[in-house]
Ligand binder design. Structure first.
Ligand SMILES: NC(=O)c1ccc[n+]([C@@H]2O[C@H](COP(=O)([O-])OP(=O)(O)OC[C@H]3O[C@@H](n4cnc5c(N)ncnc54)[C@H](OP(=O)(O)O)[C@@H]3O)[C@@H](O)[C@H]2O)c1
Length: 263
């Protein structure tokens, strides 16, 4: 287990679900933690819990899809913490809807929150990260690699974040900067978004795992050179089977989804 004593960890969307579990896990390992989200009530509850473990922890009410002042916000959190050592871009929204039923507005909203917003945070903080070193952990999704049915914009937003992360790691590596970029691909975890309105029903037979199971794998990336992980790890084998023959993989997805619909 990585000891995070003295580390300052900023988790976006740390008020529920995976972000909440990771924020508490980081505090338990000794980190000072900052979290942000839109709902003040949830944030206050979590901040009280965090401060029992890590008294200097902080929370911020912010809408990360509102790009006005986002860079200023990121630099403000960095100043308050005395320097972010670990940025965990976790805030995001699902969207289960077929391409035929997606509107342009929905596509833009999902891309803004899941892709453009973390890019803005990373860009704002990058000069400081390059000066002193840092870990950036981008919470993507297995959807980014597997393009599941009725998840086109969700998959695309996460795939964009993953591609950005890959290229960012290459650019930083070529320049020998001490900033480690990581990608986490969660499978199916038991969180609020499965009950959100404005989404098609969740029909996958994959059992939802408790968020406690993803905390260790995420936090163990800190200070580690590993780029990408899948949780659970068996998704890595599924992805490995996709790339040699994407045509066959997508045909398999269609027949699987048809089977689900007629079951
Ligand atoms: N759960 C899964 O099975 C799963 C699978 C693959 C990937 N993921 C990814 O894991 C991440 C966390 O998901 P989760 O399942 O834990 O979801 P969640 O419980 O809904 O958590 C999302 C967090 O982000 C915050 N948030 C949402 N919109 C925001 C906005 N516009 N501005 C600021 N904060 C915002 C939410 O708080 P507020 O609503 O109060 O703002 C909440 O704290 C997401 O990026 C998701 O795509 C999850």
């Amino acid at each position: 287990m990585t000891d995070l004593s003295g580390k300052r960890v900023f988790v976006t969307g740390g008020s529920t679900g995976i972000g909440l579990a990771v924020a508490l896990g980081a505090a338990e390992r000794g980190a000072t933690v900052a979290i942000c989200a839109r709902r003040p009530d949830k944030l206050s509850e979590v901040l009280a819990e965090l401060r029992e473990i890590s008294p200097d922890s902080r929370s911020y009410v912010v809408d990360l899809a509102d790009f006005n002042h986002l860079e200023k916000f990121a630099l403000g959190v960095d100043n308050d913490l005395g320097g972010i050592d670990v940025l965990i871009n976790n805030a995001g929204t699902p969207k289960r809807r077929t391409v035929m039923n997606l509107t342009t507005e929905t596509v833009e909203a999902v891309m803004s929150l899941n892709y453009a917003s973390p890019v803005r945070l990373m860009h704002a903080l990058l000069p400081r990260f390059i000066d002193r070193g840092a870990d950036i952990i981008n919470i993507s999704s297995v959807a980014a690699r597997l393009s599941p049915p009725a998840e086109a914009v969700y998959a695309a937003s996460n795939a964009a974040l993953t591609a950005w992360s890959e290229s960012m790691r290459v650019d930083l590596g070529i320049a020998s900067h001490d900033v480690r970029v990581h990608v986490v691909n969660p499978g199916v975890f038991d969180t609020e978004p499965f009950n959100l309105p404005d989404n098609d029903p969740f029909t996958s037979p994959i059992e939802k795992a408790p968020v406690s199971e993803i905390v260790g794998p995420i936090l163990d990336l800190i200070g580690n050179d590993k780029f990408e992980i899948y949780v659970p790890s068996w998704f890595e084998d599924v992805v490995a089977k996709k790339f040699p023959d994407t045509t066959a993989f997508l045909a398999g997805s269609i027949s699987w989804a048809r089977g689900q619909a007629s079951a």
